[in-house]
Design a protein around this ligand. Structure first.
Ligand code: ZN
Length: 338
């Protein structure tokens, strides 16, 4: 087992995540002429010196606003970052249900009636690509761009060309150029066709840096929001752009909240020789499939194409998955079936 303190080396995180990806079955993985993004959430325990991947997501697609399902049976956003977070929520639900087991990262406080993260447990995020949207805009200007002293100007290889985002601006009036590369702006997911209603991964990750990763429902059960302690990226990533997108742009905004505080997790970039097998290239197409895996007992793996669950009959696809019927929904609704 590796040494884990509050900071786990970036290259070690990369290896753990790739090992987990390789251990999963072929279904939902890209073919040889496809690329995808891989994102993972890692749990570190400084007491046992243990680090493990607890959720994993792959995917590059997001459905247009014309394909939304009012029954909630189609995933709106299948980007890897969002899939990994989806798996993380399942992990948290399972941890709440099994809080008495040694493996649970949560402890229950009788006094407050809330769960808290055990001492020494921390959560870390990894992705093989900079989050879409603001984090992929690489500023051409130099000078006052440094967010923190010591931040490296750029960590780009010479062939780095992808220095703009295809994600469109939000809250623009008729005359606004939606493709304008304004820095720090909120955007929808990039993509052709009918525009999606989902915001970019840069915006979602930056939201998690303020409101926590746990979402509104699990928030009810926890004494504090859950935040990432570190964010690690492999591939061609501008450290400056990632810092700006994920927290730098909110540093001058005052948040009047006791519960929520803007987090500035450590950003780590992997050695350039560490490459994900299915990284984006000019010769490959984005994979239409996405995988979500979570470190849970029941049905840890799901595969979706265009937001629709795979590996089930069409009639079954149009129902709520058994794991949700028996699991989190029942739990949250006080035992009533969904
Ligand atoms: Zn994205």
């Amino acid at each position: 087992m590796m040494e884990t303190t509050s900071f786990v080396p970036a290259d070690q995180i990369f290896k753990l995540c790739i090992e987990k990806f390789n251990s999963l079955p072929r279904t939902g993985k890209p073919t040889t002429n496809e690329w995808t993004v891989l994102s993972c959430i890692i749990q570190c325990d400084s007491n046992s010196k243990n680090a493990k991947v607890i959720s994993l997501g792959t995917g590059t697609k997001c459905i247009g606003s014309d394909q939304l399902c009012e029954k909630g049976l189609i995933l709106n956003d299948s980007h890897a970052e969002v899939m990994a977070r989806r798996g993380f929520l399942r992990y948290l639900y399972a941890s709440i249900r099994n809080y008495l087991s040694d493996g649970s990262p949560l402890a229950y406080n009788e006094q407050t009636g809330k769960y808290s993260i055990k001492n020494g447990i921390s959560f870390h995020f990894f992705s093989t690509h900079a989050p879409c949207g603001d984090a992929t805009i690489v500023s051409k200007s130099t000078g006052d761009e440094e967010i923190e002293p010591g931040t490296k100007k750029m960590k780009l290889s010479p062939e780095f060309t992808d220095n703009f985002t295809g994600a469109k601006l939000i809250a623009a009036n008729e005359n606004t150029d939606l493709m304008s590369q304004d820095e720090g702006a909120i955007r929808t997911k990039p993509g052709r066709g009918i525009r999606t209603l989902s915001v970019s991964c840069s915006d979602k990750l930056s939201r998690w840096n303020i409101l926590g990763i746990q979402g509104a429902l699990i928030n009810i059960f926890l004494d504090k929001p859950v935040y990432f302690e570190t964010l690690t990226f492999s591939g061609q990533v501008s450290e400056i752009s990632v810092k700006r997108a994920l927290y730098g742009r909110w540093r001058k905004v005052s948040f009047n909240s006791e519960r929520y505080k803007l987090q500035m997790p450590r950003i780590n970039i992997c050695s350039p020789d560490l490459k994900f097998e299915f990284e984006q290239t000019t010769e490959t197409d984005p994979s239409p499939a996405s995988i979500v895996w979570a470190d849970v007992q029941e049905k840890p793996l799901e595969v979706a194409v265009s937001g629709k669950r795979q590996g089930v009959t069409k009639s079954k696809r149009n129902t709520i998955s058994e794991i949700y019927r028996k699991g989190p929904l029942k739990f949250i609704r006080g035992g009533k079936s969904a």
